[in-house]
Ligand binder design. Structure first.
Ligand SMILES: NC(=O)c1ccc[n+]([C@@H]2O[C@H](COP(=O)([O-])OP(=O)(O)OC[C@H]3O[C@@H](n4cnc5c(N)ncnc54)[C@H](OP(=O)(O)O)[C@@H]3O)[C@@H](O)[C@H]2O)c1
Length: 256
């Protein structure tokens, strides 16, 4: 195992940490980064699901290192431990913040424990992970000034245009978009930049509740988001992309 600072780590494959990697959009992103040759740290709450993902990716991508680190984004201890382990495969060039939760209900009477959980998982955990991973990301950018280091956060179209019944979720996603912009203001001149990707409905477990009004075949595919992330990973550090909004054909202004 090589730790950051080892001479060997400079020469190694690039490394990525993907939260929410066990299912849906995160798993699709992990698959695309594996195909690009990234060493991967895969995180989510369920070890068995992460190990199944790791086996599938190892079978499809030759020679990459994969570690599985179960972590609950609602636990600050877990989040900090995940960041500590992120450098164990060598350099950390790419941080993908995909784990997220949502629940619906009008502002009037919305249970505050559900509000708090979404703020914790969707916003606080990404903030702490960025904070804790910045030393590794800055190191990767210094080692490879030609490619820099990147953060991608999966936000939501609801963070841009409001939809009734999603106030708490939308507020966390709007804040995530803002957080990426702040990271760019502070870090992009030294090679670490951040992109928030804000999709409308994507065909995953999370959007199952809306299938009675939006057919699965009309939803954005997880592979579409993974393709965008892969494209961002190949940009030069001179191209800072603060935000990408992905809408569905014919959808309203939010494109959800
Ligand atoms: N699907 C959509 O329509 C849509 C649209 C816009 C944005 N998004 C955003 O895209 C991201 C991924 O969503 P998805 O659609 O792929 O959802 P998904 O299929 O439900 O997957 C959610 C992922 O997050 C992980 N996760 C959930 N709670 C967690 C926690 N407390 N700690 C650690 N990991 C946790 C899950 O793993 P475990 O359950 O094993 O922990 C899973 O890997 C989310 O941030 C979501 O808000 C989704």
């Amino acid at each position: 195992m090589s730790m950051p600072g080892d001479a060997g780590a400079r020469q190694q494959r690039p490394g990525a940490l993907v939260t929410g990697a066990s299912r849906g959009i995160g798993r699709a992103i992990a698959g695309r980064l594996a195909a690009l040759g990234y060493n991967l740290t895969l995180s989510g709450r369920r070890r068995d699901a992460l190990e199944e993902t790791a086996r599938a990716l190892a079978g499809s991508a030759d020679g990459i290192g994969i570690q599985v680190v179960p972590a609950d984004m609602a636990s600050e201890d877990d989040v900090r431990e995940l960041a500590r382990q992120a450098g164990h495969l060598g350099s950390l060039d790419f941080l993908v913040l995909c784990a997220g939760v949502g629940s619906s209900g009008p502002v009037a009477g919305y249970p505050m424990h559900r509000f708090d959980r979404q703020v914790t998982v969707n916003l606080r955990a990404p903030f702490v992970l960025i904070q804790e991973c910045l030393p590794l990301l800055r190191q990767a950018a210094a080692w490879h000034p030609d490619r820099g280091a990147r953060i991608v956060a999966i936000a939501s179209s609801t963070g841009v245009v409001s939809e009734p019944g999603l106030a708490a979720y939308a507020a966390t996603k709007a804040a995530l978009i803002s957080l990426c912009a702040s990271v760019n203001a502070e870090e992009s001149a030294s090679g670490v930049s951040a992109t928030a990707i804000s999709p409308g409905y994507v065909d995953t477990d999370m959007s199952a509740w809306v299938r009675d009004r939006v057919a699965r075949e009309e939803m954005i595919k997880p592979a579409d988001i993974a393709t965008l992330v892969a494209a961002i990973s190949t940009l030069s550090p001179q191209a800072v992309v603060p935000h990408v909004l992905v809408t569905r054909p014919g959808a309203g202004p939010a494109g959800a």
